[in-house]
Design a protein around this ligand. Structure first.
Ligand code: ADP
Ligand code: MG
Length: 496
């Protein structure tokens, strides 16, 4: 029997991303998720005779944002085609999609797998419209259809068959989710169906360069199941091959409840769909000036922000991945940095500023996110503003308060929404840094007749410095900055 490790899994994903436009891809009906059934519809959505499509400008802009962010070749002229199939959720009898002339080709998705940075190449990204939703009632006699989703714009992101494990496929998909959210083109919510994924899976003998026969898994509707479904399919195929069988090309539906898949249909081929350019839609021509303006305004990708944090700020990969989990978190962090006095762009940072950035990252990821998590709050609902957090970091870095005092101030900031400066004043926490006052306190200690014996001992044993520093600190009710007390005490004792 051949060991399972002698097979190499090959995976290619087709990922559908629902674009967050206000209206649908080819008509003015609302594209918003949900709503009472069949309320976001119009004659075009229902495929009524005479209703003509008008392409949604915003949907094209969103597709271009994705294409540019993935380094795709953008086709200045592409085509919208009818893909024919007959199913109740498609009232026109065809879906508008793109066939051999998609808007974006090539490019890649970047992500991190373990500690390794990976790039998976894309075949294409194209625009298409979503179908409606069938609802099969229990009992099997009645099916209902909701057309609210029909005609909502999607992009389909198609990878090369380059993913090599279920885990890698999961990370790839997470990277797409993160990217579309950073680009502001979709909420990437898999559970609500705005991100959907079909997984093409095959196996081949390790070392082989030929592709094996693939199956296509559909109906995977959560991140958890992407990995499970693919793992299951890899094992199923290995099993078939090991027992002398052949994998057949088919579409299989994942059944999450049973943790297994079942054959839905033999895979159809492109010619089955009778693709033809939609006669109601002219070729899609992209104006180069418009494209350039989209490129110029393109939000930074999670990977660009990650690199910035690693290379310029010197943060750890762990910090960088926590901060880049959400765009709102990156934005918050960047604002906090400014308030903490860390310059934002184009300057290389010295160690001092790098450690200040690190301090910001720590306060954000352990203290603030810890509390927000506990209270199930998003960063956007944080009672501590980015400016306040940065200000707190500045107070600690500048020695106005100690790190320990900083914690107390932070908790009060979280409770009261006040700024750190306000709280520091209220609590009278400001560290004493005035040299005259500190010198006076130190003098009081060393001039105390009761101390003279200790001073003689100190001359033999300089380690006793701490004892005098402690006494002087007590004179200031612990408010003086310890480093200053220490330095001043040292020079006063030297005079003795
Ligand atoms: P279709 O549209 O018929 O599904 P495509 O050629 O567009 O076919 O491929 C769809 C997806 O299938 C792509 O993501 C591609 O990487 C993947 N794919 C193609 N061949 C294989 C294979 N042998 N094993 C795994 N994935 C594959
Ligand atoms: Mg396919």
């Amino acid at each position: 029997m051949t060991a399972a490790t002698e097979f190499e899994p090959v995976i290619g994903l087709e990922v559908h991303v629902q674009l967050a436009t206000q209206s649908k891809a080819f008509c003015g009906a609302r594209a918003e998720f949900g709503g009472p059934p069949n309320t976001h519809i119009d004659p075009y959505t229902l495929g009524l005779p005479g209703a003509l499509p008008v392409l949604n400008h915003r949907a094209v802009e969103f597709a271009l944002r994705m294409g540019l962010a993935c380094g795709c070749d953008i086709a200045l002229r592409s085509e919208l085609s009818r893909k024919h199939y007959f199913y109740p959720d498609s009232p026109k009898g065809y879906q508008i999609s793109q066939f051999d002339r998609p808007i974006c080709e090539n490019g890649h998705i970047e992500f991190v797998l373990g500690s390794e940075r990976r790039q998976v190449r894309l075949l294409r990204i194209h625009i298409e419209e979503d179908a409606g939703k069938n609802l099969h009632l229990a009992g099997g006699r009645t099916s209902l259809i909701d057309f609210n989703r029909a005609g909502v714009p999607l992009i389909e992101v198609v990878s090369q068959p380059e993913l090599r494990s279920a885990e890698e496929a999961g990370e790839y998909l997470r990277a797409i989710r993160q990217l579309v959210r950073f680009l502001g083109i979709s909420d990437g919510n898999m559970e609500a169906g705005s991100l959907r994924c079909d997984a093409n899976v095959s196996i081949r003998p390790r070392g082989s360069t030929q592709l094996g026969q693939r199956t296509e898994l559909k109906n995977i509707n959560s991140f958890k199941y992407v990995q499970k479904a693919i793992e299951h399919e890899i094992l199923r195929q290995i099993d078939i091959v090991q027992s002398g069988g052949r994998v057949v090309m088919e579409t299989r539906g994942w059944d999450a409840a049973r943790g297994t898949s079942r054959s839905q249909r033999q895979k159809e081929h492109a010619h089955d769909y009778r693709y033809l350019p939609d006669p109601d839609l002219p070729p899609l021509i992209i104006d180069e000036t418009w494209l350039a303006s989209i490129a110029a305004a393109l939000p930074k990708t999670p990977m660009q922000r990650r690199d910035h944090y690693l290379l310029r700020l010197g943060l750890t990969p762990y910090d960088a991945s926590v901060l880049t989990a959400e765009r709102e978190l990156c934005d918050y962090f960047d604002q906090a940095l400014v308030a903490a006095g860390v310059p934002t762009e184009d300057e290389s940072l010295g160690d001092g500023l790098r450690s200040r950035a690190k301090l910001c990252a720590n306060w954000l990821s352990s203290e603030l996110l810890g509390l927000l998590n506990k209270d199930s709050r998003e960063i956007s609902a944080s009672p501590v503003s980015a400016e306040s957090l940065g200000e707190l970091v500045r107070c600690v870095s500048d020695g106005i308060i100690s790190g320990k005092q900083g914690k107390e101030v932070f908790f009060r900031m979280y409770e009261s929404r006040q700024s750190p400066t306000e709280i520091i004043e209220q609590l009278g926490l400001r560290q004493l840094t005035d040299p005259t006052l500190i010198t006076a306190a130190c003098r009081k200690v060393v001039d105390d007749p009761a101390m003279q014996k200790q001073i003689e001992k100190y001359k033999q044993n300089p380690k006793l410095l701490g004892f005098f520093v402690g006494k002087a600190l007590a004179e200031t009710q612990g408010k003086a900055k310890p480093e200053l007390v220490s330095a001043i005490m040292l020079s006063l004792l030297a005079e003795k």
